[in-house]
Design a binder for this molecule. Structure first.
Ligand code: CO8
Length: 261
């Protein structure tokens, strides 16, 4: 694997790519150099036929405690506007392969937003989410106001964004921000995320990517456009070998062997 300064990459299981944020002294504060590496690693896994699902994690103490406040504090409007500050930080929302966030500890500000950019979030009971930007004189800038509003509604989002209060793993699960809270213990959330990624990686890669694209359409299209889009993508899968294989295997009472084609 390529060597990076602020992240680690590995392949913990067949078909699974793992990216670990690795700026422990700054609680994985998200800086421009970190995002340059993260984008590079995400793209490399997305382009790699051997990877069919990606897991993104941090440390036990922090998934990420937000954008790097020390990097931001002296920036001027003209600089952030002309320099398109944060614009490239959402690259991971544009890739085809599913990305699972395994969140333990702080996921604050940009850290919460980074988790929200992923396709599935699993939380450790220690996870602490929040959009504390209001307390440092700004607002979320990485999609927090929009993605939280979609996920948990206006009233809760307003309360969180306007007070900056944190919310627990339990609240995140009750509200549907995360798909579930895993059991207690060091490394449990990562282990479960890798297992989940393995299940996804064991399916037809084309069907998985089509499924991700169709679900995402629910957040961008009207219901009718979304339903039409889903049906079109469903129809198109009949052009794949994996559809033939999957349905033949069912009829023949055997396990399918995917060619991912
Ligand atoms: N930026 C820079 N450094 C940080 C950050 C941060 N966001 N968070 C923690 N650190 C550093 C601390 O400065 C400290 O460094 P040092 O040892 O050199 O003093 C080290 O990490 C450890 O932190 P603490 O000593 O503060 O640890 P505590 O356990 O006492 O507290 C907290 C942990 C509560 C997480 C605390 O560190 C904190 O409040 N951090 C800031 C949280 C925050 O406000 N985050 C929002 C930042 S703004 C933002 O994210 C804008 C979003 C932009 C979009 C991004 C798109 C993806």
């Amino acid at each position: 694997e390529k060597q990076y300064e602020f992240i680690l990459t590995s392949r913990p299981a067949d078909g699974v790519g793992l990216i670990t944020l690795n700026r422990p002294k700054a609680l994985n504060a998200l800086s421009t150099p970190l995002f340059t590496e993260l984008n590079d690693a995400v793209k490399a896994f997305d382009d790699d036929d051997g990877v069919r699902a990606v897991v993104l994690t941090g440390s036990e103490r922090a998934f990420a405690a937000g954008a790097d406040i020390k990097e931001m504090k002296d920036k001027q409007f003209a600089e952030v506007f002309k320099g398109k500050f944060l614009e490239s930080w959402s690259l991971l929302t544009t890739v085809r392969k599913p990305i699972i966030a395994a969140v333990s500890g702080y996921a604050l500000g940009g850290g919460c937003e980074l988790a929200l950019m992923c396709d599935i979030i699993l939380a450790s009971p220690t996870a602490v989410f929040g959009q504390p930007e209001i307390s440092i004189g700004v607002i979320p800038g990485g999609g927090g106001t929009q993605r939280l509003a979609h996920a948990i509604g206006k009233s809760r989002t307003m309360e969180l964004v306007l007070t900056g209060r944190n919310f627990s793993a339990q609240e995140a699960a009750e509200w549907g921000v995360v798909s579930r809270v895993v059991g207690e213990g060091e490394g449990v959330v990562l282990k479960e995320a890798i297992e989940l990624a393995q299940v996804i990686a064991s399916k037809s890669a084309i069907a998985v990517q089509a499924g991700k694209e169709a679900v995402n359409a629910a957040y961008e299209h009207t219901l009718n456009e979304g339903l039409r889009y889903e049906r079109r993508v469903f129809h198109s899968l009949f052009a794949t070998k994996d559809q033939k294989e999957g349905m033949a295997a069912f009829a023949e009472k055997r396990k399918p062997t995917w060619s991912h084609s």
